[in-house]
Design a protein around this ligand. Structure first.
Ligand code: ZN
Ligand code: ZN
Length: 411
């Protein structure tokens, strides 16, 4: 018997370094996690440099690598991925930005970079889409709300460059910066000019928008300026279905991850109650993934939350959250006809509160997998496993081979 489907579970930022609060263990090594241990015992384990040894991955570049899209070739900044995640359909050559709504004073000083953590900004982005006129530049644009105070902007037209600076000074008490071209190129300058005009016109619309008038009356910070960053040009991604001959779906609360999924043609499956935080409906994600596997060949699930604890430096919280994830994964023990891959996209050590290049543990479990002697899912145990040390880009070829879909190299 050969498995014919792939379930790919990415536990975002779950791996770590030794934590003093945990007696020198990592949160994963310290956590109670019978299900992950059982999956490890039933599978073949290893450790993985998501991109390459010593390269600290972002979640975006890491997920591209895990899906087999070399980030050195495909990654051009976070903007286009955020645009896709916000529902803008990006075409090769379009320029994308991550944006957020912020508050400026009447004299143009940034008072709050998150506009009082405003949410449900669809009416504001709708007014901007309606009211901003960039026809003088002969370009089209799409502006969409994201989660909370976030949004995304895409530009489409001839002669646009993507090497432009941000207008976000990353601090409050100063005015937004002027967007500038970063190379000596007319294309970059054109994009910069468009950005500055967009910010000016959108701000005029936001200042007089009824939602903001009401927020001011209630003593809340209005969302009256758009800060933009992460400019990038949309690349030409080979669709996942053509690259691997597999249909697929993505399940994630993070628009960055669903954006990557959309770009390569994975269908976004909505699950109620998923937040990308520790209160997320993880069991719901697993149930949705198992239902999706009845229809599709491949499902990518991203479970965030542990990454958050790492960024906050909370080792005990991270350990306990791993226990919650573990409990939610229980139904996977009965999953058949399927290669299950479980790994992290990068380490997020509590001691450094950011992503590190430390390799991450991996399990590959399913029909035909050569079981090794590893019986625990953690950074140390997996390092002794049968996969040894692999790269993120190796995972899809290995999984494809296990479902008998790899092309033979040679005769
Ligand atoms: Zn991540
Ligand atoms: Zn992170």
């Amino acid at each position: 018997m050969t498995a014919n489907k792939i379930l790919f579970i990415v536990l975002d930022g779950i791996s770590d370094r030794p934590c003093p609060e945990l007696g020198g263990l990592t949160p994963l090594a310290a956590a109670k996690k019978p299900v992950l241990n059982k999956l490890a015992a039933e599978g073949c384990c290893g450790i993985m440099d998501t991109i390459a040894p010593g390269i600290r991955p972002g979640s975006d570049t890491a997920h591209l690598a895990l899906l087999g899209y070399d980030p050195h070739k495909y990654y051009t900044g976070r903007g286009p991925l955020e645009c896709e995640g916000s529902g803008i359909s990006m075409e090769p050559g379009m320029i994308g930005f991550r944006c957020n709504f912020a508050t400026i004073s009447k004299d143009g000083i940034i008072m709050d970079r998150r506009a009082g953590r405003i949410h449900d900004t669809q009416a504001l982005s709708g007014a901007i889409q309606e009211g901003v006129d960039l026809s003088a530049f002969h370009v089209g644009f799409s502006f969409r709300s994201g989660a909370g105070h976030r949004a995304a902007l895409a530009l489409k037209g001839e002669g646009l460059g993507h090497c432009v600076s941000s207008n976000d000074p990353k601090k409050e008490g100063v005015a937004p910066l002027t967007v500038k071209g970063q190379r000596q190129s007319q294309a970059d300058q054109k994009t910069a000019d468009i950005c500055n005009e967009f910010v000016k016109q959108s701000s005029e619309i936001l200042f007089r928008h009824p939602i903001n008038v009401e927020r001011l009356n209630k003593g809340l910070n209005p969302a009256n300026v758009v800060l933009m960053r992460g400019a990038g040009e949309m690349g030409d991604f080979e669709p996942f279905s053509r690259k691997y001959g597999l249909s697929g779906s993505v399940i994630s609360a993070a628009s960055l991850i669903t954006g990557i999924g959309n770009i390569v043609g994975l269908e976004h499956v909505h699950v109620n109650g998923i937040t990308g935080s520790q209160d997320s409906n993880i069991a719901g994600k697993i149930a949705a993934a198992q239902a999706e596997l009845k229809k599709k060949d491949f499902v990518l699930v991203n479970i965030k939350g542990a990454d958050e604890s790492g960024h906050d430096g909370l080792a005990v919280q991270k350990r306990d959250f791993i226990g919650k994830i573990d409990a939610a994964l229980e139904p996977l023990l009965a999953q058949e006809d399927c290669i299950i891959i479980i790994c992290a996209d990068h380490s997020t050590p509590c001691t450094i509160r950011d992503h590190s290049a430390d390799p991450v543990p991996v399990i590959i479990r399913g029909e035909g997998v050569r079981m090794d002697s590893v019986v625990r899912f953690d950074e140390y145990s997996c390092a002794t496993g049968g996969l040894s040390r692999i790269h993120g880009c190796d995972l899809m070829p290995i999984a494809l081979d296990l479902i008998n879909k790899a092309h033979k190299f040679g005769a």
